[in-house]
Design a protein around this ligand. Structure first.
Ligand SMILES: [Cu+2]
Length: 171
């Protein structure tokens, strides 16, 4: 029992070290995406880069098609609708969407294309943003929506319901 615990702790420490050294960046966070039923829906990595906040998302088990993805302002993913994640992360008080003359939110990411196998990938850099900014007092969450973001309609690009959510967690 005791030996198992020590082994587990060693493995955890090893995993933490590997994560910290990955990419050479000191500031990293991860996201475990889940459906409202609690099923795994993929993951994301978020970290500070030379030109902004780098976000890499890989989803699985989601419906094929084009889906809105955003960083939301509160680090809470309560089923069934994930409304607890709040609106988009918007520290500069802009309107939604890169095609909106008053946009965009820091949390506005490009749409993700999900294939027939339920998988999709997305990499994006939020210009002039940092992980420290994102991880304010109430944290942040990554949300995948039911439909495409039109990049224009405030406040959420008409992207429908929230079908997967994950809390941003420092790694
Ligand atoms: Cu959203």
């Amino acid at each position: 029992m005791k030996r198992t615990l020590i082994l587990s702790l060693s493995l955890l420490t090893l995993a933490a070290c590997m994560t910290a050294s990955d990419g050479g960046s000191a500031s990293q966070a991860t996201v475990a995406l889940a459906s409202a039923a609690g099923d795994v829906r993929g993951s994301a990595r978020i970290g500070d880069g030379a030109s902004g906040l780098q976000v890499s998302v890989a989803v699985e088990g989601l419906p094929a098609g084009t889906h809105g993805v955003h960083l939301h302002t509160t680090g809470r993913c309560d089923a069934p609708d994930f409304a607890s994640a709040g609106g988009h992360w918007n520290p500069t008080a802009r309107k939604h969407g890169r095609d909106n003359p008053d946009g965009a939110h820091h949390g506005d990411l490009p749409n993700i294309e999900i294939g027939a196998d339920g998988r999709g990938r997305l990499s994006f850099t939020v210009p002039s943003a940092t992980l420290a900014q994102l991880m304010d007092q109430d944290g942040a969450a990554l949300v995948v929506h039911a439909t495409a973001d039109d990049y224009r309609t405030d406040p959420s690009g008409n992207s429908g319901g929230r079908i997967a959510c994950g809390v941003v967690t420092r790694s």
